[in-house]
Write a protein that binds this ligand. Structure first.
Ligand code: ADP
Ligand code: MG
Length: 349
């Protein structure tokens, strides 16, 4: 069982990833029908027929969202979408969600209905049923936990641990925009707090705000790959930032990688706002979170098939483990990729 009971270890020291790998080592899957346990975008369970895929995520007020700029309807929508994204990342099709909420008495019936209107819109768009959940009181703000359930043929499932040397590394859409949208909202919130008379000026930033407040799960990419006859050799969704997700794929697959800075897709609006904030857009793409795009690898032989899929970008390739994980910069400079990502237990000021 757990060692080291005598001392006190701060969670911030081992981080979210450290904690999860400790849990994974203490709770290996023991049952034959647990096909995949802790460690991928979703658990995979053998049912005799098509395997069932299950994923859960928890959103806490003040940590994952700020209701001063996140409308409740958007929050409900986003909570569903981010869970469905994990199901698509397994190359599976979601069918049901369970939604649990803990509410403080600050929330009225109308507010809760607003939240669930967002849930309903996402369920309608992605054709899933809200099939249950739990409702509770909370003494500190809103907590929202969503579980998504899906299915896939066994040989269609895509995992994190199956990338192979020479595979091409691909991402969908563009990266960094959701993070920059959040920076913008935070800036306007600060301005408003200092000068309540000044209204937030968010004109011209619709795309970045939408990426933060109303993300979509890339089921279209999963379908396009299927139509093109390509099964990714590995896949996951980008919730914590490209660098840390690539780290997961490489660590779990026992490989290295090389990605090229100039190939990382960044929208022009993201680049402009990054400049305004004096930030490096590549760093935003690598370490900003919440883009909910897909990161996947394909066999080199599939290059022609994926080349024409809209919104898919090849950003590098998988190498052997000894070559490490490298970012090739615009001037051919090589820097080791660091998985900063989203660290839930990072010390907060
Ligand atoms: P994602 O970013 O795709 O939601 P996470 O990084 O949250 O994935 O989780 C990685 C893996 O660790 C998943 O398989 C998840 O189910 C598992 N995991 C996370 N927290 C816990 C926990 N408290 N107990 C058991 N498994 C966990
Ligand atoms: Mg995921």
């Amino acid at each position: 069982m757990f060692e080291n009971k005598e001392n006190r270890t701060e969670l911030s020291r081992i981080g979210e990833f450290g904690l999860i790998s400790r849990l994974a080592s203490v709770f290996p899957a023991t049952r034959a029908d647990t096909l995949t346990g802790i460690g991928d975008d979703a658990a995979v369970i053998d049912t005799g027929g098509q395997p069932v895929v299950i994923s859960t995520d928890l959103l806490a007020e003040g940590v994952h969202f700020d209701l001063s700029y996140m409308p409740l309807k958007h929050l409900g929508y986003k909570a569903i979408v981010v869970n469905l994204s994990d199901i698509y990342a397994m190359n599976a099709t979601p069918g049901q969600v369970l939604v649990s909420v803990a509410l403080s008495n600050r929330f009225s019936l109308e507010a809760v209905e607003e939240l669930f209107e967002g849930v309903r819109l996402a369920c309608q768009k992605y054709q899933v049923d809200l099939a249950g959940g739990d409702t509770n009181a909370s003494s500190s703000g809103l907590i929202l936990s969503v579980t998504a359930i899906g299915k896939a043929d066994r040989d269609a499932l895509t995992y994190r641990h199956t990338a192979k040397e020479h595979d091409l590394i691909c991402v969908s859409g563009d990266l960094g925009a959701a993070y920059l949208g959040l920076q913008l909202l935070n800036r306007e919130k600060r301005v408003f707090a200092e000068n309540p008379g000044v209204q937030p000026d968010l004109t011209g930033y619709d795309y970045l705000l939408e990426r933060q407040l109303k993300p979509e799960a890339r089921h279209d990419i999963v379908e396009d790959l299927r139509t093109a006859g390509v099964k990714p050799t590995s896949m996951m969704d980008i919730s914590d930032g490209l660098a840390s997700e690539l780290f997961h794929i490489c660590e779990k697959s026992g490989t290295g990688c090389r990605i090229y800075e100039e190939k990382i897709p960044i929208d022009v609006k993201s680049a402009e706002l990054a400049e305004e904030f004096n930030m490096n857009p590549t760093v935003c793409a690598l370490n900003g979170g919440e883009d909910y795009e897909l990161l996947f690898t394909v066999n080199q032989n599939d290059f022609e098939k994926i080349r024409t899929i809209k919104d898919v970008h090849v950003i590098g390739h998988i190498t052997n483990k000894d070559s490490g994980k490298a970012l090739i910069g615009k001037g051919d400079t090589e820097t080791p990729l660091k998985a900063q990502g989203w660290e839930a237990f990072k010390d907060r000021e």
